[in-house]
Design a protein around this ligand. Structure first.
Ligand code: ATR
Length: 280
């Protein structure tokens, strides 16, 4: 039996143990996958203890993705472009870091929902670990422009610098968004509603009827942003459940060399409604 885990703070509500257990059943691969609570200060020690106990691989969720990057001896190109790691693999006594968030998001939007991201003027809200994971993949998917706004503007600037595409990726002050016109894709990568924010206050002028609004959160944490998107008139509104399943599938494939089927797992987690998610 191989040992895997997701680290986060908080992590108790993570669906990753359920998703990986289901992928294991589906592919006939024996594994156990647990959730391990770790604060940023205690993460390095918790990861060492996991490795000492035979841990073969780990996922990392908020707020540890940038810390995970720093703890890896080897990193993939997409992890380096993000400066954040969500998937760790133990190889030759070292942690190898990768980031499957971006590919997970793009696969969910394009393969499952059949949406085309090419040429979309895109607004990314947030510049933490989740935003860093998806930003390079959005550029690779062919968005025309990527505007990044973050409560702490220096973090948005740092992400723009790391992306290294000054022609397409720029940062803007949150309070100046009102002057930015509309976007064809708006991605909420902030943890504001997980931290208790009830209502998203953004200018309605950011959205047009064909705007796709995506929240990387799922469940209750996705409600405030998707409610704003609905009120602003966005036609398509999607939460992060599909991305969660797809990033897990990409991690599973890295660890086990087999790509699991995601549709059934997604449908089970979603319940009866497997279509585009709305906030109502
Ligand atoms: P994650 O891994 O989910 O990205 P994170 O690295 O802690 O977690 O990043 C959280 C993101 O949500 C950051 O962009 C943060 O903004 P700051 O860099 O200014 O901290 C953003 N965020 C958190 N609470 C917010 C709020 N109330 N309003 C706006 N942005 C918020």
């Amino acid at each position: 039996m191989s040992h895997y885990a997701v680290f986060g703070h908080p992590v108790s509500h993570s669906l990753s143990p359920r998703i990986h257990a289901e992928f294991g059943r589906q592919t006939g691969i024996a594994l156990d996958y647990t959730a391990i609570e770790a604060t940023p200060a205690g993460f390095a020690q918790a990861l060492d203890a996991f490795a000492a106990a035979g841990g073969k691989g780990a996922n990392v969720t908020l707020p540890l993705k940038e810390a995970a990057f720093a703890l890896c001896s080897v990193t993939s190109e997409r992890a380096r472009r993000a400066g954040a790691v969500n998937t760790l693999t133990r190889n030759d006594g070292q942690w190898h870091g990768d980031n499957t968030d971006g590919i997970g998001l793009v696969r969910d939007l394009t393969a499952r929902l059949g949406l085309d991201l090419r040429g979309r003027r895109t607004l990314l809200l947030g510049a933490g670990g989740s935003a860093r994971g998806v930003a390079p993949a959005l550029l690779d998917a062919g968005v025309s422009e990527l505007v990044i706004a973050n409560r702490t503007p220096e973090r948005a600037d740092a992400l723009v610098d790391l992306l290294g595409e000054p022609g397409r990726a720029h940062s803007r002050y949150w309070n100046d968004l009102v002057n930015e016109g509309d976007f064809a894709l708006i991605v909420n990568a902030t943890s504001a509603s997980r931290d208790g924010l009830q209502e998203f206050s953004l200018p309605f002028a950011l959205a047009a009827s064909r705007t796709l609004a995506v929240d990387l959160n799922y469940g209750e944490a996705a409600i405030p942003f998707l409610a704003w998107a609905q009120a602003a008139g966005c036609r398509d509104r999607v939460d992060g459940l599909g991305m969660l399943v797809e990033q897990a599938a990409a991690a599973f494939e890295l660890w086990h060399g087999v790509r699991p089927d995601t549709a059934g797992v997604y449908a089970t987690l979603r319940g009866k409604d497997a279509s585009l998610v709305t906030a109502d």
